[in-house]
Design a protein around this ligand. Structure first.
Ligand code: FES
Length: 149
């Protein structure tokens, strides 16, 4: 991994003003920003690891864990919201021990809240690995997710 990170830094130059561009490329390469990459970046740019981490965590775009095996998007746009998406979100967060936007510790799910999945007639709606599930209740959502391999 170090070689790939070094090549990215070389492309942008060992300059802390290029930190964000470097972080973007590292995330594109690995799908997230690995701890080891932060170490290499800090060393090469003459920064402290904490400074690199602080700069990266300022932007919600950067991830520090790989995406989960299953991507779950829960719609919280107006119609889904009126029909109870908030209760579904709360139940999932409790059941799986995560906040929206995070990946479960076992790497199985990454949960995201999105605005509009285009199936309002079946709201509240979630998308699991690209497939839509509608007319959800908190219980039904958890049951579907628990049924995932
Ligand atoms: S508001 Fe959620 S799918 Fe339309």
């Amino acid at each position: 991994m170090d070689g790939k990170v070094l090549r990215i830094i070389e492309k942008h130059g060992n300059d802390d003003s290029k930190l964000l561009a470097i972080l973007h490329d590292v995330q594109d390469e690995f799908g997230y920003i690995p701890e080891d990459a932060i170490k290499v970046i800090a060393k090469e740019l003459g920064m402290k690891k904490g400074e690199v981490y602080d700069a990266a965590s300022f932007y919600s775009f950067f991830r520090f864990k790989p995406e989960g095996k299953h991507e779950v998007m829960i719609c919280d746009c107006i119609v889904c919201h009126i029909k109870g998406s908030e209760r579904i979100i709360e139940r999932i967060e409790k059941e799986f021990g995560v906040n929206m936007g995070e990946t479960t510790n076992d790497g199985k799910f990454t949960f995201k809240v999105v605005e509009g999945l285009g199936h309002c007639e079946h709201s509240p709606v979630m998308m699991l690995d690209g497939k839509i599930y509608g007319d959800l209740t908190p219980e039904k959502a958890v049951e579907i997710l628990r049924g995932c391999e």
